[in-house]
Structure formats: structure tokens, C-alpha cells
Design a protein around this ligand. Structure first.
Ligand code: ATP
Ligand code: MG
Length: 581
């Protein structure tokens, strides 16, 4: 079972925490005298929960070793980047509770510094300007014959005919590239490493390319832009980063990271990789999330079905729940898939403690208490049984109520303890009522249920100790306010959306029923005063959050955050039983 393997792997990984072991060893050996990390997002999309894992590690390692953590925008791809992404990233990291203080940096601020280091490497005879086109370059490199899953085992490539240009010529050509003398793509600056290296990435990687793109910060000042593998280690070095923590796909880039640090003779930052976070039923890559946004599969980056921080926030997640999830899955060295039920379990644990309870009815059916001739009555309801300081509230009890359509059956199935003719139920916080009949319209659908109420049972206790098995929620029809409720299911119907048959894409795995809009629901009157982001437990239904939207008719919208039923806790107890045997 997926739950089981995720539990075992993560349980084991958490205890090891190899990153702090490495850092502690580096401090002990004197390799570094302090700890300084950085979180380096590229501003080309909104952050997702995978990024949370990355910055959780960056900030918590800094904290643990009394060091610092920078926020650095890795903005060297002008065609994809934008200031709106910078703003969204800062907002979301802050919301998660992390503070980079005044240490906000941009790789684009280092362009001059990076250029000078490129010149330095040319002067050492270790970089050259090449005239090969992109296609020729990959052919010379051997990319065409490379096995995509194993780029460290490809037959040797061939040297470019421009590889032996003399230093002066390379310096002159790079200056002219920068001055805009050549068209886009006509030339590149390449590191002179080894065209036969078993790791394809070390076969003379490109350091600069010519691109006439307007950068959101540097405008048109530059027409050459540095490549990631050249830029990243040198930006780390510039900030005195001791431990450059990143996800596992960069492991194969590490020799290059070290090569540039050595050749540029800069601060020796150390790269350490950890497992990427993957979660079932979703995708965690900005590239794929952007596609969902652009092709309108979702309403935007903050659609409550998105695994983005903004989507999770709008869905009703708390930063505490996300942090608890990340800390419990731990820091692993091998990639694994975490069951989304575990994330939901962490969320429920947190919401249970903090959410005020209210009643709401999603599919209303009228309940008429025929013998109710008293004036209105007022009942007292507990706001949060987990938190006595949350107090109580008054509920009005009237002759006409709303109940959930599914809490009445004309002919009850076996073990049905709710309302049916002749049966009694307890109305939450209120009275015991007994069903006496129901009304049907011409089409045969039930339009109202009739009951009598026993005035002696206020508070839910039967004086004659009568057994009443069912308790249902309800609303006073006079007091209830209309609300719209949005119920979500997984965005992808399958556990691993990126695993697709030939000819299919991950979009074919989209769950067509991931959003259900319930437009004629009702809630307690208190819900009309809820502000966007306020969270509640709707009794018996789950956890809900007030969305910023209102319905077409002006009713407040509530998103279902997560249900009450806990599949993960059940799975855990099963595993517990197994291991105990
Ligand atoms: P994406 O694939 O989503 O575009 P990315 O690596 O290109 O991710 P960046 O903005 O470059 O996005 O990532 C910033 C940091 O977040 C990097 O250090 C990267 O290692 C880390 N990161 C990205 N995705 C994950 C993930 N799923 N799990 C853990 N760390 C991640
Ligand atoms: Mg990236």
C-alpha cells in the first residue's frame, strides 16, 4: 500500500537527517566557521509545496546552526521571468512564517561580477567562444546518442573546431558578444573541460548565450545571459553561502558546480542534495502547473486544487499544518512519493484544534415540527470542544428547520439511524424529534418532513432513557443564511499523473470531477460575517474556509478544505498493529 511505504521510508529518513550531519562535520573540521544557506527560486511561477520543503530545510538548517538564510531570485532566464512572480514568492514565503530580513538578493544584480569571472576563466585558458549552432553543439557533444536516463554513459563527443581559439581572440569575441555585434544564437561562451567526459554536462558546457530579451530588472542592458550551471555556484560564492542545499536532480551538476568555483577561485560553497518532494494525485513542477493555469484547467495559480502555497492557503491550509507535514516527512536522500492522505492528516490535526464549529446544510430539506407552538427557543452551542476559551453561541430553534436531504429516508436501508417515519433522532444541541410523515410533490420528490418534538428533551437527553441512536445537524429556516459551497477532489484521478502511456500526456490524467459547486446551501447566520480566510468545521461535514469570492447571487463562498474522515490515521493504526505483531 502507498500509505505504508511512505510511512516506513519517511519514518526511517527522519531520524538520519544527513544534512545536519554534513554541516556539523564541516564546522568541526574547520571547512567553514559559520553556516549560511539560501533559498534560490526562479521567478517564473508561484511556489508549490515542493518549494516549501526546500525553504523549510534552508531556513531550519540556518536556524539550527545559528546562521543565516538568504532569499535569492535566480533570475537569469528573462523570457520566462516576471516581477509578479517575485511578489508572489515573497508573499508566500512570508505567509509560511519565514523571514529573510534584509537579505533579499537577485542573481541579475551579479551580471557584471559574473562577466568578470568569465573573463578570468578565459584568461586562464579554460573557456572559449564557440560558433557552433545549438544543433551542431549537441551533435558534437553526443547528446543525440545519449540515453536520456543515463547521461553519464555516452560514447565520447568531439571537440568543436573553435575550441583552440587563442585567449586574446576569446576575450575580444566575448566583449563583442556583450556589445551586441552578433545575432542571437550565433556564438556562445563555453567552459573548456572535456568533450569525452562520461558526464555529458561536463562536455564543455555553455556559460553565456546571446538573447535579445528584455529582463524584468536589467531591461535591455544585457544581450548575453549566463547559464544556470555557471551562474549558480558563483552567486552562492558571492554571498558567502556555506551550504547550497538543493533537490536531487542537481546531484549530477555538482562536479560542474565545483569546477566553476575552482576555476573562478571564489568562496568554496558546498552543494548538498536532498530528495525532491512528490505527492500522489498532483504534480510538483512549475512547468506543469503553468500549463494547467495557461490552458485553464484551473482558475489560476491560487485555485484551491493547486499544490501551490497560494492554492493551499485558499483551500484552507494553515502554515502550521504544512510545516508539520514537511517536518514529519523528513529529509531523505532518495526520492519518494508521499501519500496525499498524509498531508490531509496533518491538516486535520491542526484544524481540529483551531476551528470553531458551526452547522451548515448542503442539500436542504424542510423539517416541520408540527407540535411546536412555543415562541422561539434559544439553545446554547459549544464553539470548539477542543478549546474551551472559544466559548459558546446561541442558536435559535424554530418550527421550521433545514436538515440534510440524506438525513431522511422514506424507506430506511439497514442500520439507518437517522430520520424515517416513526423513528426519533436527536437534533444537535437541541431536542429529540420523532418523524410523523412527509410531503411529496406531483413528481414524487419529498418536499418536507414532519415531526413532533418532545419539549422534555431539551439538551438532547431523553428523560425516559429512551435509546436514540442518531444525531443530525440542522438550521433554523428563519435564521439560516444562503451560502455557496465548493467541494474539491484530487486534481488528478491517478496517483502518479506523470506516468503516462505513449501518446498521452499528464493532462489526460486530470480528474474531470475535481470541483463540485453546491449553490443553494445554508449556514448559521454567523457565517455571513466571516472574512476571507476564516476557517470553520461544519459539523459532520468537514473543514471549510471562507473564499474571497461571492456567488452570482451575492452569497459568501466556502471552500471545503478537507473532510472529517481520516483514512491516514486508519492506515497508521493498521501499520502499528502489523509491526507490533
Ligand atoms: P520546478 O520543477 O517546480 O520548476 P525548480 O527547481 O525549477 O522547480 P526553482 O525555483 O529553481 O524551481 O527551485 C528553487 C528551489 O526549490 C531549488 O533549490 C529546488 O531544488 C527546490 N525544489 C523545487 N522543487 C522541489 C521539490 N518538489 N521538492 C523539493 N525541493 C524542490
Ligand atoms: Mg529551477
Amino acid at each position: 500500500m502507498a500509505e505504508e511505504s511512505a510511512f516506513r521510508e519517511n519514518g526511517a529518513d527522519f531520524t538520519s537527517d544527513f544534512i545536519s550531519d554534513f554541516i556539523a562535520a564541516d564546522l568541526k573540521s574547520g571547512r567553514f566557521g559559520y553556516v549560511h544557506t539560501r533559498f534560490p527560486p526562479e521567478p517564473n511561477g508561484w511556489l508549490h509545496i515542493g518549494h516549501c520543503k526546500a525553504f523549510y530545510i534552508d531556513f531550519s538548517m540556518a536556524e539550527r546552526f545559528k546562521g543565516k538564510c538568504n532569499l535569492r531570485f535566480d533570475d537569469t532566464n528573462p523570457e520566462k521571468e516576471d516581477v509578479s512572480y517575485v511578489e508572489a514568492i515573497k508573499r508566500d514565503v512570508k505567509w509560511m512564517g519565514y523571514d529573510w530580513e534584509d537579505r533579499e538578493y537577485y542573481a541579475s544584480d551579479y551580471y557584471e561580477y559574473l562577466y568578470e569571472l568569465a573573463v578570468k576563466i578565459i584568461r586562464k585558458g579554460h573557456a572559449y567562444v564557440d560558433d557552433l549552432t545549438d544543433e551542431e553543439m549537441s551533435e558534437y557533444r553526443g547528446t543525440a546518442v545519449a540515453d536520456k536516463n543515463n547521461i553519464t554513459n555516452t560514447p565520447p563527443g568531439r571537440n568543436s573546431p573553435y575550441r583552440d581559439r587563442i585567449i586574446e581572440e576569446n576575450l575580444d569575441l566575448l566583449a563583442r558578444m556583450r556589445a551586441g555585434e552578433f545575432p542571437d544564437g550565433a556564438k556562445t561562451l563555453r567552459a573548456k573541460i572535456d568533450m569525452a567526459h562520461p558526464n555529458l554536462l561536463l562536455r564543455d558546457p555553455v556559460m553565456y548565450r546571446i538573447r535579445r530579451e528584455t529582463h524584468y530588472r536589467t531591461g535591455n542592458k544585457w544581450c548575453i545571459y549566463p547559464m544556470y550551471d555557471f551562474q549558480h555556484p558563483l552567486s552562492d560564492a558571492r554571498e558567502g553561502i556555506t551550504h547550497s542545499l538543493c533537490s536531487l536532480e542537481y546531484e549530477i551538476h555538482r562536479p560542474l558546480y565545483e569546477w566553476f568555483i575552482r576555476e573562478a577561485e571564489v568562496f568554496p560553497s558546498r552543494q548538498i542534495e536532498f530528495a525532491r518532494l512528490n505527492i500522489t494525485h498532483t504534480v510538483l513542477s512549475k512547468r506543469w502547473l503553468l500549463k494547467l493555469v495557461q490552458e485553464k484547467y484551473v482558475s489560476g495559480w491560487d485555485d484551491p486544487r493547486m499544490p501551490t502555497i497560494a492554492g493551499l492557503r485558499r483551500r484552507g491550509y494553515t502554515p502550521e499544518a504544512i510545516r508539520s507535514f514537511i517536518s514529519q516527512i523528513g529529509v531523505a536522500k532518495t526520492d519518494s512519493m508521499v501519500d496525499i492522505a498524509f498531508l490531509e492528516y496533518c491538516l486535520r490535526e491542526d484544524l481540529n484544534k483551531r476551528s470553531p464549529r458551526v452547522m451548515a446544510v448542503l442539500r436542504p430539506l424542510k423539517l416541520i415540527i408540527d407540535n411546536w407552538d412555543a415562541a422561539d427557543d434559544e439553545l446554547e452551542a459549544v464553539n470548539n470542544p477542543e478549546d474551551p476559551s472559544a466559548g459558546t453561541r446561541k442558536l435559535r430553534f424554530t418550527r421550521e428547520l433545514w436538515i440534510e436531504r440524506e438525513d431522511f429516508e422514506e424507506v430506511p436501508p439497514p442500520k439507518y439511524f437517522r430520520l424515517f417515519p416513526g423513528n426519533s433522532v436527536r437534533l444537535r444541541y437541541g431536542y429529540i424529534v420523532t418523524c410523523t410523515g412527509f410531503d411529496k410533490d406531483a413528481a414524487g420528490s419529498i418536499t418536507a418532513v414532519h415531526c413532533t418534538c418532545d419539549p422534555e428533551t431539551k439538551g438532547g437527553n431523553a428523560p425516559d432513557n429512551r435509546k436514540v441512536k442518531g444525531t443530525i445537524h440542522w438550521l433554523s429556516a428563519e435564521d439560516a443564511v444562503p451560502i455557496e459551497v465548493r467541494i474539491y477532489d484530487h486534481l488528478f484521478a491517478v496517483e502518479r499523473p506523470m506516468e503516462v502511456a505513449p501518446g498521452k500526456t499528464f493532462l489526460d490524467n486530470i480528474n474531470p470531477n475535481s470541483l463540485e459547486i453546491v449553490s443553494n446551501a445554508y449556514g448559521e447566520k454567523y457565517l455571513s460575517a466571516a472574512a476571507a480566510g476564516d476557517r470553520f468545521q461544519f459539523e459532520r461535514l468537514g473543514y471549510f474556509v471562507r473564499d474571497p469570492d461571492t456567488s452570482a447571487g451575492g452569497a459568501p463562498v466556502f471552500n471545503k478544505t478537507v473532510g472529517l474522515r481520516d483514512t491516514w490515521a486508519k492506515a497508521l493504526s493498521k501499520i502499528g498493529q502489523k509491526t507490533a505483531q
